[in-house]
Design a protein around this ligand. Sequence first.
Ligand SMILES: [Zn+2]
Length: 112
Amino acid sequence: MPDLKYDDKGFIPVICQDADTKQILMMAYAKKEQVLKTITTRKATYFSRSRNCEWVKGETSGNTQQVIKVLVDCDLDTLIYLVKQKGNACHTGNQSCFYRQISENGEINENE
Ligand SMILES: [Zn+2]
């Protein structure tokens, strides 16, 4: 297991990107255990900070993420899971969590 840099609570941020379309799907956190699990099972696994538990993406929703590659950045403190996404990545039903934009007047609108 590479020596990744986790924050003081043991988290590393993970960007999840669609391997085919390159769309950014979501962002979440993982601990060492979830990173290891993701690499070995090829199922995108995160740590939910709000629920304080491990979270295998799609376990309840069926919207699984098959991990093609795990990329790590220059500082070893951020990961990208490159995935084949089944269904939507976002619980709102949107393909990506980043379906809104902030316009010049500060309003949040759908990203057309
Ligand atoms: Zn979302």
